[in-house]
Design a protein around this ligand. Structure first.
Ligand SMILES: *Cc1c(COP(=O)(O)O)cnc(C)c1O
Length: 470
C-alpha cells in the first residue's frame, strides 16, 4: 500500500515512509491510496483474538513481512492488563467498549504502543536514530513516553506546561526515569509549548541535523492502530446480541479516534451510524448537524482531552467528503485559514450524526450511571455515554467508547459523586517513585539548547537516502 497527501503535492510513499514522515511536505496529511475492502474477511475475522485481528488489519495497510507485523502487534498489546485488550461491558442499554487497559490508562496507549514498536523496527532496519519532540496537555505525553521508554534508537522530549496539568498526569510522565526520556516543564501555557514545537519543526536544518520526529495524532500509524477496536468491538456485540449492524458513539477531540471508525465502516464493517460526541467545545458536533465548520474559543472543561477547536485529523475526513479532490481540499483549507469558517453542506451518506454534552450533563451522567449500575465512567467516556443515549435504535446496538480509566480524573469523579471512588493501583503506586523533571523557560531557544546539550547530532539525513525525517 502506498500513501498520498490530502493536498496532492507529494509523490506516493511507502508505509514505512508514511510512519516516519508524519506530516506531508506540502502541509497535508497522509492517507492510503485506496481503502482496502474487508467485506469478504468479516466471517473469518470474527473468531480472531485482538492481536490476531490487529495483525490482519495492519497487514492490509503495511507492506512489511507478515511475521514481523504479528510480532510487533503481539509485543504492543502484551502490556495491556487484559488479553482482550478492548473488552466490552454492558451498562444499561449501551455496550461500553473499554479502551483504557493500557499502561497509562487512556485509549492513546492502543496506538502509541504500536507506534513505539514500529519506530524501533523501522529505525533498526535503516540504522537511524530518532529524537521525538512532543507537546502535551496531559494524556498524550504519558502514553508516548510509555511507548518509547528504554528504546535504544529513540530519545523523547516531552514539553508540558509546568504546574498546569494534573498531579497524576505529571507523575505519569516524570516517574519514567529511563535515560532516553526527558520531561520538560515549560514555564508557560500549553499554547506556548505548541508554539515552541511548531517553531522548532519549522527549522528544517535543525530538524534534519537532530533527526527530529513527531508522535502527534496525525501520524498515520496511530489512526491505523485504532481501526482494530472498531472491528473487535462490533464482532463482540453482534455476537452477543445477534444484530447484523451496530452504531458507535465516540468522545471526540482531534477527530483521530472517530476517523478510524469511519475507515472501519469504509472497509466493510456494518456500521449504521458514527455518533460524534463533544463537550462545550462543539465545533465538530455543530459541523455534523449544519455542514458549517466555524472556529470558536476553547473553553476548559472536566474532559480536557476534548478541549480542542481545530481538530487536526478533520482534514482527512474532508478529503473524502470532497470526493478525493486535493485541489478542492486545498481551496477549502485556504478559506479556513483566512476566515476560520468553511461550509460543505450536510453529509449525504448520513453515517455521521452528532451531539454535545456539557459539564453539567457529564457530571450527572457519571453520578446516574454509577447510582443505577455501579459502573464508573471517566468524564470523556461520560460525554459519549450521554450523547449515545440520545441516539439509540432498537435494531442497532450502541457501542459507546470509554477512552480513559476514571482514576485518571479522580477530581471530576469526586465532584460528580461526592466520593473518592476512582482508584487504580498503578496510579497509587506513582506517589512513591523517584521522578525526573527539568524546568525550562517558555522560549524556543531554551528548548533547542536543551535538546542540543542532551543528544549528539545524528548523521545528516538526505531525503534520497531513505526516509525523509518528519
Ligand atoms: C485524546 C482523548 C480523546 C479525544 O480523542 P481524539 O482522537 O483526539 O478525537 C478523548 N478522550 C480521552 C481520554 C483522550 O485522551
Amino acid at each position: 500500500m502506498r500513501y498520498i497527501s490530502t493536498r496532492g503535492g507529494m509523490e506516493p510513499v511507502s508505509f514505512s515512509e508514511a510512519v516516519m514522515t508524519g506530516l506531508a511536505p506540502d502541509g497535508g496529511l497522509l492517507l492510503p491510496e485506496r481503502i482496502p475492502d474487508a467485506t469478504a474477511e468479516l466471517d473469518r475475522w470474527k473468531g480472531l483474538s485482538y492481536p490476531e485481528l490487529a495483525a490482519e488489519i495492519v497487514a492490509r495497510y503495511a507492506d512489511l513481512p507478515v511475521e514481523d507485523i504479528r510480532r510487533l502487534v503481539r509485543k504492543s498489546y502484551q502490556c495491556f492488563s487484559t488479553p482482550e485488550v478492548a473488552p466490552v461491558v454492558r451498562v444499561k442499554a449501551i455496550h461500553v467498549l473499554e479502551l483504557f487497559h493500557g499502561p497509562t490508562l487512556a485509549f492513546k496507549d492502543v496506538a502509541l504502543q504500536l507506534l513505539g514498536n514500529l519506530f524501533e523496527y523501522l529505525l533498526s532496519a535503516s540504522g537511524r536514530k530518532l529524537n521525538i519532540l512532543a507537546a502535551t496537555s496531559g494524556d498524550t505525553g504519558s502514553a508516548a513516553i510509555c511507548g518509547v521508554r528504554g528504546r535504544e534508537r529513540i530519545n523523547i522530549f516531552v514539553m508540558h506546561p509546568h504546574g498546569r496539568i494534573s498531579r497524576i498526569q505529571e507523575l505519569q510522565m516524570t516517574s519514567v526515569t529511563d535515560p532516553n526520556v526527558f520531561n520538560l516543564g515549560v514555564e508557560g501555557t500549553f499554547d506556548d509549548c505548541q508554539g515552541i514545537l511548531k517553531a522548532v519543526f519549522r527549522d528544517l536544518d535543525f530538524k534534519q541535523e537532530y533527526g527530529l520526529g513527531a508522535v502527534n495524532s496525525i501520524n498515520w500509524a496511530r489512526v491505523l492502530a485504532q481501526i482494530v477496536y472498531y472491528f473487535y468491538g462490533a464482532f463482540r456485540v453482534m455476537d452477543s446480541t445477534g444484530a447484523s449492524r451496530v452504531r458507535f458513539c465516540v468522545p471526540t477531540g482531534n477527530f483521530g479516534n472517530i476517523f478510524a471508525g469511519y475507515l472501519a465502516a469504509r472497509m466493510g464493517l456494518p456500521v449504521g451510524a458514527l455518533v460524534l460526541a463533544t463537550n462545550e467545545n462543539d465545533i465538530l458536533s455543530r459541523y455534523f448537524s449544519t455542514g458549517v465548520y466555524s472556529l470558536g474559543e476553547v473553553v476548559p472543561t472536566v474532559s480536557p482531552s476534548m478541549d480542542i477547536q481545530v481538530a487536526s485529523n478533520f482534514e482527512r475526513y474532508l478529503y473524502y467528503r470532497l470526493g478525493e479532490d486535493p485541489a478542492a481540499l486545498r481551496e477549502l483549507m485556504d478559506t479556513f485559514a483566512k476566515s476560520g469558517r468553511i461550509e460543505t453542506g450536510p453529509d449525504e451518506d448520513c453515517l455521521f450524526v452528532s451531539g454535545a454534552g456539557d459539564t453539567r450533563a457529564t457530571l450527572s451522567t457519571i453520578a446516574e450511571v454509577h447510582r443505577d449500575s455501579g459502573y464508573l465512567l471517566d468524564p470523556h467516556s461520560a460525554v459519549a455515554f450521554y450523547v449515545a443515549g440520545q441516539h439509540l435504535r432498537p435494531d442497532e446496538p450502541m457501542i459507546s467508547l470509554a477512552t480513559a480509566h476514571p482514576a485518571k480524573f479522580d477530581q471530576a469523579i469526586r465532584e460528580a459523586t461526592g466520593d473518592d471512588l476512582a482508584r487504580h493501583p498503578a496510579l497509587d503506586e506513582l506517589e512513591n517513585r523517584p521522578t525526573r523533571l527539568d524546568i525550562v523557560p517558555a522560549s524556543e531557544s531554551a528548548v533547542r539548547e536543551y535538546i542540543v546539550s542532551h543528544v549528539a547530532p545524528v548523521e545528516r539525513v538526505r531525503a534520497e537516502a531513505g526516509f525523509a525525517t518528519p
